[in-house]
Design a protein around this ligand. Structure first.
Ligand code: NAD
Length: 420
């Protein structure tokens, strides 16, 4: 899978998506060209002292795609495959996503090329603090607000917030979201992306007149997004038949004992087959399972023109960013598979990040109930808006979401005008 991933440039995929949506938008071609470019890109190479006393040089990126609707917003990823084009694509998708759920943020993303699985906690902390210092001129609650992404978490956000606050001389909780609750994080943020995936999947089931009870769900990835999504589906009476991590996963056509499976993964950092009905499954096999709902919740470019003809899910709700290429999209559409696209399905994360930022700026603390209630309303409203565009223009849900998101960003840019 990684070999295949390397061949696909996510930024080219993201730009192709603009061309597809442009057919249904009345936007000046010059403006569209602007939106195909990122606003600001910073590449940094920086040294970190490792535990054995040696010095290692890391490469990191922070890219702001667009800030016409508000401060730049987007996660920070630690992964060996991080590169500039991947970060550019993820930043662009953040812009559309914030616009689809209509929150006043632009889009950004960042990352460090590293393998955190081979680093100690101290090394990750030192790398995080130095990276924060290197990109600090771009950050700030009014400028650019990072959040967790693949292989980063609330602890990493705490280090970023602490380093940025030391540079400023006072505490700046609003510089990151997804922080620990003790440092001004929002109740409900950790679960927000997964909950959003489930809320939009429930809307899709309702639209297709299918029940949640007994619905067969396969989840690729079991980190923040995949793990939370799987747990919520399980609680709602769906059958999670498969779940995986980077090394592969487990499958039980009658439904996994999810609590045991996730507990085992948390304890031993891997899945262990304990029941005779369970079998090991590769990530490629998982994507092709006969199921009602498939949740890609790992990395980009997992569903391509090569495996799309073999996908048997009725609904795909994209927890991950960019899991499907444009060529695969056409095949899925022809097969009648209902896709809830990433910029809608996983927008629960940025929505509650917005709530966290608002709480930090206002020095307020909302209850979990209030956060979940507001999240549910925004996700349901956004789903409805995208579905209406999809039905009225007779276009797939992804194109409809792009039309909504790009349209809002283009209009904001037009209204602001081009300086001078
Ligand atoms: P995470 O680090 O918590 O989990 C990542 C998961 O993916 C892990 O289970 C890991 O084992 C698995 N994985 C890694 N490489 C894989 C591979 N090659 N094949 C299969 N599985 C693999 O990250 P996350 O925050 O859950 O992010 C997952 C996806 O969701 C990413 O695309 C991210 O951009 C997107 N996303 C995250 C958030 C958020 O709030 N965290 C919000 C929106 C979108």
């Amino acid at each position: 899978m990684n070999a295949e991933r390397e061949k696909i440039n996510s930024f080219e995929v993201a730009k192709k998506q603009i061309d597809i949506a442009a057919k249904y938008l009345n936007v000046d071609p010059g403006l569209l060209e602007k939106l195909k470019h990122t606003k600001r890109e910073l590449i940094v190479h920086f040294p970190v002292k490792m535990d054995d006393g040696t010095v290692k040089v890391f490469t990191g990126y922070r890219v702001q795609h667009d800030v016409s609707r508000g401060p730049a917003k987007g996660g920070i990823r630690y992964h060996p495959d991080v590169d500039l084009d991947e970060v550019r694509a993820l930043a662009m998708w953040m812009t559309w996503k914030s616009a689809v759920v209509n929150i006043p943020f632009g889009g950004a993303k960042g990352g460090v090329q590293c393998n955190p699985k081979e680093m100690s906690l101290h090394e990750i902390e030192h790398m995080t603090r130095r990276f924060t210092w290197e990109i600090s001129m771009m950050l700030g609650p009014e400028q650019d607000i990072p959040a967790p992404d693949v292989y980063t978490n609330p602890q990493v956000m705490a280090w970023i917030m602490d380093t940025f606050s030391i540079l400023k001389g006072y505490s700046v909780p609003g510089v990151v979201t997804g922080k620990p609750i003790e440092l001004g994080g929002s109740l409900g943020r950790f679960e927000a992306t997964g909950r959003g995936v489930v809320i939009t999947s429930l809307e899709a089931l309702k639209y297709l007149k299918k029940p949640i009870e007994g619905a067969k769900v396969a989840v690729q990835g079991c980190g923040n997004v995949g793990g939370v999504t799987a747990k919520h589906f399980d609680r709602l009476g769906a059958k999670v038949i498969a779940i995986s991590d980077s090394k592969g996963g487990l499958y039980n056509e009658k439904g996994l004992d999810l609590e045991r499976v996730l507990d085992c993964k948390a304890r031993y950092a891997c899945f262990v087959c304990e029941k005779k009905e369970e079998t090991e499954i590769s990530n490629e096999e998982l994507l092709e399972l006969d199921c009602d709902i498939l949740i890609p919740a790992a990395l980009e470019n997992q569903i391509t023109e090569k495996n799309a003809p073999r996908i048997r899910a009725k609904i795909i709700a994209e927890g991950a960013n960019g899991p499907t290429t444009t060529e695969a999209d056409e095949i899925l559409n022809d097969k009648g598979i209902f896709v809830v696209p990433d910029i809608l399905a996983n927008a629960g994360g940025v929505t509650v990040s917005y709530f966290e930022w608002v709480q930090n700026l206002q020095e307020l603390l909302w209850s979990e109930e209030e956060v979940l209630d507001r999240l549910t309303r925004i996700m349901q409203r956004s789903y409805k808006e995208v579905l209406e565009i999809s039905l009225s223009k007779k276009i797939p849900m992804r194109t409809a979401a792009l039309v909504l998101g790009i349209g809002r960003v283009a209009e904001a840019t037009r209204l602001r005008g081009i300086y001078p």
